[in-house]
Design a protein around this ligand. Sequence first.
Ligand code: ADP
Ligand code: MG
Length: 238
Amino acid sequence: MSGLKLRNVKKSFGAVHVIKGVDLDIEDKQFVVFVGPSGCGKSTLLRMIAGLEQISSGDLFIGDKRMNDVDPAQRGIAMVFQSYALYPHMTVRENMGFALKFAGRPKDEIARRVDEAARILELGKLLDRRPGQLSGGQRQRVAIGRAIVRHPDVFLFDEPLSNLDAELRVHMRIEIARLHKELNTTIIYVTHDQVEAMTLADKIVVLRDGIIEQAGSPLELYDDPDNLFVAGFIGSPK
Ligand code: ADP
Ligand code: MG
């Protein structure tokens, strides 16, 4: 794995053009944050990268390999959603191990990976509980755990904290920054929250109506926004 490249990526649903030609370079281990108004195409872009949505035209590369037609399970990518439905009848351990069990991995390997994720996420004492016995923040950590056990090269997060209250969001934001350091992986993260974007990102990508308005480091975008739209999202007014 050495970075992700999107080249003139487009997506239409029927006659509706949702992504209108996106070019983007993401370096290995970078923390990239997508921001932009509701409906601008953030989730659609993530879903195309994950392989959950077909790319209409253009190319997606991971390293040198063109990924457009590669099966989602073979891409080395794991996605954490905003609405993280855990299986209510399974324990935390079973929830985290489920995808590996489904893929036919040996029991001892599953146990090892779940224990490793539980350590990283400080869920060790909760492994035998069911989702109903967890707080919102703990449930969100289990959802992240389900991604970690797969040892992906790239994590995709689609507004993972938007269902949490303000205090918990701050706590989880710090946790996610720590996670990025500890796992040493590439993260693409969608958020509405300017503070999350500014504090987490190596690179911020500002989207509007299916195109990239501007991409750069938080400081670049803050100090030197290309236009008022970007300034309104993250910068100081020009
Ligand atoms: P965001 O995540 O930035 O809020 P989305 O990527 O979810 O935006 O959606 C971008 C646009 O694409 C929206 O106008 C949405 O209605 C449309 N869209 C998303 N998925 C579909 C779909 N499966 N069929 C038709 N239109 C869709
Ligand atoms: Mg979305």
